[in-house]
Structure formats: structure tokens, C-alpha cells
Design a protein around this ligand. Structure first.
Ligand SMILES: NC(=O)c1ccc[n+]([C@@H]2O[C@H](COP(=O)([O-])OP(=O)(O)OC[C@H]3O[C@@H](n4cnc5c(N)ncnc54)[C@H](OP(=O)(O)O)[C@@H]3O)[C@@H](O)[C@H]2O)c1
Length: 279
């Protein structure tokens, strides 16, 4: 009898990892959901910290494939983690990004040299990034920010997870780097309006000076280099909108979900529940 596949999912409490866990479990795969704090995750959970290769070595023992997130700016500390993975698993699916920044490309190169079968997922902007607007939408029905005309084709985390799940459990993905997007180009302002449609209350974009956005992001403690990169990327997306690919359909056989579907599924996170209960 063939042994059931076991997959270690790192970042299992995150936007994408949570969906990878749920998708794999539904298809009967044994999952180890890794977290630094696995207690709330239940029986499939395993403790592990990507900054502690020994903890990864323990988590990966007996595993066939790994969904790997590397949520750090540089890949300097990745080699011992890859050694730990390659000591047990055969395959790794790495969540990179469409931007393939220096740290991400370095991580990809290390993975290419690891001897593991690899697949890279390079998603463009996540639909879930718009949760950053939720407080403003709930309290005032507005989104304040620069670059309302910056356009991307936002991708639903379920679609990234669907591609990850195929690459982790089926053949034909080794050596592939998938550029993943949603199906339609939408400006930031259009995304805000679609969220308004989903919650049944108009959402207005208020264009603000770039220096205010910079100040707000720095006040959140974000490194200056990251803030600079984000603002520059948004400026670029006004003149050169993000790509639109059909990779989700090509890999999974199902079309990528629209931003409208995502907004409807997540409408409660944008609704002012206090206002609803008083009306
Ligand atoms: N947002 C976008 O538009 C976008 C686009 C392309 C690519 N990406 C990439 O997507 C990745 C983020 O994915 P996500 O949004 O699904 O994650 P997320 O929601 O930001 O959650 C972060 C995850 O990383 C885990 N984590 C953080 N530090 C860790 C550590 N030291 N050891 C082990 N796990 C650690 C956390 O697990 P615990 O706290 O439970 O340990 C958590 O599950 C990043 O690498 C980013 O570059 C994002």
C-alpha cells in the first residue's frame, strides 16, 4: 500500500499558509502546520521557528514536501534551513514574489542549488493587502492614500494555495516559476469601490500627499527602505500597471477568483458592525 504523503507547511498561520493547510487536508494529505506558537492550530500543528534550523529539522522529519515561506529581507540564514529540509523532504514549493527582490532571488538561487525538486510561486499583490484599509472603511467609508490609479490584478489567497497544493502533491511542476495574478487589472480606487459594493455602502478614495503616506508608514515602524520601495512600486504601477497572467487556470484548471468575489467573501471584515447593529 502506498504511504500517504506528508507535507510541512511553514507560515501556516499566515494568509496563504492557512489556506494551503486547509486545501491539503481536504485532499487527504497529512499536514504538519508549522508555527512559532502552534497551540491554537490544533492537532496538525508543530512548533518551529525558521530562525532556528534545529527546530525545522525536527519538524521536517518524515516529510515528503515543504511549503516554504521566508518572511525575511535577506536569505543569509536560509542555507541551514534548506539543509534541514533536504535531509528529509524531496520537494519544496517556495512562496517568492512577482517583484523577485534581491533577497527573494537569493533565496530562489539557494533553493535551486539545494538538490531539492523546487517550484517557485511568484504572486503579485494579494487581494488581502486591502485589509490594511479596513479600519478607515469601517469608520468613515474612505481610503486615504496616494496613487489611486496604481493598478494591479490582485490575487486571492485561495488561488495561491490551490497552485501551491498542486505543486506540492502532483507531478509536472519541478523547475517551474509561476507568476500568479488575479484575472483583472484594477486601480486602487476601483478596488475600494468594489469593497463598497460588497458591503453595500460607498467607499471613497481620498488622494493624499506622498509625504503623508511616508510619514504614516514610518510611524508604524516600517524600515525606511521598505517604505521607499512600496511608494516607488505604487508610482510605477500608475504608468506601468501590473501583469495579468492565466497561470492559476493553467495549473489548477479553474479560473482565478475575481477581486469582487474576494471582497464579497470578506465583506464582514470591512463592515461597521456597530453602525449596522444601531440601524
Ligand atoms: N502581500 C503581498 O502582496 C505579497 C505578494 C507577493 C509575495 N508575498 C510574500 O508572501 C509572504 C507572506 O505570506 P503571508 O501573507 O501568507 O504571511 P503573513 O500572513 O504575513 O504571516 C506571516 C507568517 O510567517 C510566519 N513567521 C514569521 N516569522 C517566522 C519565523 N521566525 N519562523 C517561522 N514562521 C514565521 C508566521 O507564523 P507564526 O507567527 O505562527 O510563527 C506567519 O504564519 C512574504 O514572504 C511576502 O514577501 C506577499
Amino acid at each position: 500500500m502506498r504511504r500517504q504523503k506528508t507535507v510541512l507547511v511553514t507560515g501556516a498561520t499566515g494568509t496563504v499558509g492557512r489556506q494551503v493547510v486547509s486545501r491539503l487536508e481536504h485532499s487527504g494529505v497529512q499536514v504538519r502546520a508549522m508555527s512559532r506558537d502552534p497551540d491554537p492550530l490544533g492537532t496538525t500543528a508543530i512548533r518551529g521557528d525558521l530562525t532556528d534550523p534545529e527546530s525545522v529539522r525536527a519538524a521536517v522529519s518524515g516529510v515528503d514536501a515543504v511549503f516554504l515561506l521566508w518572511p525575511f529581507a535577506t536569505a543569509e540564514k536560509l542555507p541551514p534551513v534548506l539543509d534541514a529540509i533536504a535531509g528529509h523532504a524531496r520537494r519544496v514549493v517556495y512562496l517568492s514574489s512577482a517583484a523577485v527582490r534581491a533577497g527573494e532571488r537569493h533565496a530562489e538561487q539557494l533553493i535551486e542549488q539545494s538538490g531539492l525538486e523546487w517550484t517557485f510561486l511568484r504572486p503579485h499583490a494579494f487581494s488581502a493587502n486591502t485589509f490594511a484599509w479596513a479600519d478607515q472603511i469601517r469608520s468613515g467609508g474612505v481610503v486615504r492614500g496616494p496613487y489611486p490609479a496604481a493598478a494591479t490584478a490582485p490575487i486571492d489567497e485561495h488561488d495561491i494555495a490551490a497552485v501551491a497544493s498542486s505543486a506540492l502533491t502532483s507531478e509536472g511542476h519541478t523547475g517551474a516559476a509561476y507568476l500568479l495574478t488575479g484575472p483583472h487589472l484594477l486601480t486602487q480606487e476601483q478596488q475600494a469601490h468594489i469593497i463598497g459594493d460588497a458591503i453595500g455602502r460607498p467607499v471613497r478614495w481620498i488622494d493624499t500627499p506622498i509625504r503623508d503616506a511616508r510619514r504614516d508608514m514610518l510611524a508604524l515602524g516600517w524600515p525606511a527602505a521598505v517604505v521607499h520601495d512600496i511608494l516607488r512600486a505604487q508610482a510605477d504601477l500608475v504608468t506601468t500597471p501590473g501583469p495579468v497572467t492565466d497561470a492559476v487556470r493553467e495549473v489548477t484548471g479553474a479560473p482565478a477568483r475575481t477581486f469582487r468575489q474576494w471582497a464579497e467573501a470578506n465583506a464582514d471584515r470591512f463592515r461597521d458592525t456597530a453602525r449596522l447593529s444601531s440601524t
